[in-house]
Design a protein around this ligand. Sequence first.
Ligand SMILES: Cc1ncc(COP(=O)(O)O)c(C=O)c1O
Length: 385
Amino acid sequence: MKTRLFTPGPTPVPEPVMLRMAQPIIHHRTDEFRDVIRRVSDNLKYLFCTAQPVLTLTSSGTGAMEAAIVNTLSAGDELVFVNGGKFGERWGEIAQAYGLTPHQLAVPWGTAATPQQILEMLAQHPATRAVCLTHSETSTGVFTDVQAITAALRQQGYPGLVMVDGITAVGAHEMRFDDWDIDVVVTGSQKGLMIPPGLAFIALSQRAWEFNQTSTLPKFYFNLAEARDSLKADDTPWTPAITLMLGLDEALQMIRHEGVENVWARHGRLAAALRAGALALGLRLFASPSSNAVTSITLPEHGGAFMKLLKEQYRVTVAAGQESLKGKIFRVSHLGYYDEADMLSILFAIESALSDIGHQHPEGAGLAAAQGVFNQAARQRQGGA
Ligand SMILES: Cc1ncc(COP(=O)(O)O)c(C=O)c1O
């Protein structure tokens, strides 16, 4: 029977990507592979909206977060991070592991930090050298306006770094790395990039490369200056994950073909439809403001049975809540390779499972609400065309 994946990583892998990865392996120190690196590098810059090199690391996303810290900071440095979920928390854990001095801004899980709150943290900790943010907090489904925060910081003359975990935001939300004056963005392959887990990506601003020159934290495998220098020759310091790189080449060409702004718009449209559908079924949304990558929905009564039905009866895999949110929410992905029909299929599964546990709602309400969002978006596109 057909199964469907709605988790915010790994996300579904498109057929052209799978077919490309099924080709015989090639050697990496060849012109053929250097062509792949060149094309991938160019398309990654397009995706991040940057003229800076975007480096590809063989690791999961956390590796790129660690690389961001160890390549720019030094022991004892102060940094501010937002703990509004499991992944925001991770910035603090990495900083702690490397003997930095992290200052935590704790916000209730399900909400986002505001520019004002970050400015207040900086006023309390004026020696802060880096502010670490999470653009899309996957554990709660919250979107943080990193553009507004960065603009507010720069307006106040903040000379330090703004580091953004864009692991589930890149591809789902507008990210204009150069224009927004952000210093570090990281993402991972198993998310908006639509390939299996195993690669991470990182871009550094000119300011971040300057910090790199004085950074004394230990680095070897994740030495980004080496990766940057290798990339100048369309090469990598270590053996790259060749097969994943071939898949990436295909996925990035798909993104380029669709157009990055259309990709962002599609994520916005699918997220809006899913939220409308869930609300029409009488469910409650957990996050505000909500990410375009993942929607967190409060579990209905008999949540355990509901989750079991989704998986076993309707063969859809969604993500459960993590840590303190276990048993309280479920999370539905619309990150990467999804379209309108996917949203209708998950809403069908949700409505059916709700009916099975005795939940009362108007028949087809979720589907109708989602369809309404799609119709409205289509009218807007036609009107604007
Ligand atoms: C926002 C965010 N940050 C960090 C991570 C960690 O990435 P990885 O599990 O690839 O190391 C994830 C993974 O889901 C994530 O969603």
